[in-house]
Design a protein around this ligand. Structure first.
Ligand code: SF4
Length: 291
């Protein structure tokens, strides 16, 4: 069946078929670790969650010390998380040495699947990551519609991202990609996106619901309809049965129903101290959106 035919099916029927595929796949848990929270992309992305986080986190834009990164990786392992993606803001197509140092340090000390997520990078960087011990590369395609991609990420291009994934695949790294749902795409865009993921032979994929959060340029927009989004996930699950499908931690109810076998897990504790800190941070900053 084509993705379009799948999307036209009744949701309940689609979910049952998607779950029967998911049942055969191992349950996976992943979390992200930041190397830094500094980004060189220009202009900045219109949906970047970091514009929210920097309003609520003291000293948010910074390099994370190596010992802290390794400590977090050990904590992820302790919590029985299977996979870490090591991420940063965009540093350019050539990565800086501290990225490779972090990969080597984690792989030496923690037995865990480690993916890189550094946006558009060149094959030289991918080869160096592979030599350092990385297990795979994650690069989001954001939207299969190039115009929507350019709206979300005016500092990058869909072609750059496809090229990065293809380069990673070429050198033998498993690849992981995703689309954001609810940013103005139509049915044909969704069909194209599902077909694109299959053609790229992604090993892992996910769909991320657009979440309007404060201080981003798109804060006034709505998120997607959760049921319709679950149908997209289920259709992709059926069309691409040989890859792992993840859902984000706040969409797991729908994610598992739609045939995901992977879940994002946060190791960050949500406690009273944290909420106090958020209020204090906001009171110290000024009202507005990005920047
Ligand atoms: S590349 Fe875009 S989404 Fe990623 S950190 Fe930079 S501004 Fe944010």
């Amino acid at each position: 069946m084509t993705p379009l035919e799948l999307l036209r099916k009744d949701g309940s029927e689609l979910f049952i078929e998607a779950q029967s595929i998911a049942k055969k796949r191992k349950s996976l848990f992943a979390t992200g670790l930041q190397i830094n929270t500094i980004c060189r992309i220009h202009p900045p992305c219109r949906h970047c969650l970091w514009f929210t986080r920097e309003r609520y986190t003291p000293n948010f834009r910074r390099k994370v010390p190596l010992d802290q990164i390794v400590k977090q990786a050990k904590e992820a392992k302790r919590q029985e998380i299977d996979r870490i993606y090591l991420a940063s803001g965009w540093m350019g197509k050539d990565l800086s040495d501290d990225v490779y140092e972090a990969v080597i340090a984690i792989k030496e000390q923690v037995d865990i699947d480690l993916y890189g997520m550094f946006g558009t990078i060149n094959q030289r960087s991918l080869l160096r990551l592979q030599k350092a011990g990385i297990d795979g590369y994650r690069c989001s395609l954001e939207s299969p519609n190039p115009d929507l991609f350019n709206y979300l990420k005016p500092g990058d291009s869909l072609d750059n991202r496809i090229e990065t994934l293809k380069s990673a695949k070429e050198i033998g790294l498993p690849i992981w990609s995703e689309f954001i749902i609810g940013v103005g795409e139509n049915d044909q865009d969704i069909v194209n996106g599902i077909e694109m993921l299959k053609k790229l032979e992604v090993n892992t994929f996910l769909f991320v619901p657009f979440r309007p959060v404060p201080f981003i340029e798109m804060e006034e927009r709505s998120g997607p309809n959760p049921y319709q989004m679950a149908k997209v996930m289920a259709a992709a699950r059926i069309f691409i049965p040989d890859a792992d499908m993840f859902a984000v931690y706040n969409n797991m109810e729908w994610g598992y129903r739609a045939g995901c076998n992977g879940a994002f897990v946060s190791t960050y504790p949500n406690n009273v101290t944290r909420f106090r800190e958020m209020r204090e941070m906001l009171n110290e900053s000024y009202p507005g959106k990005t920047g």
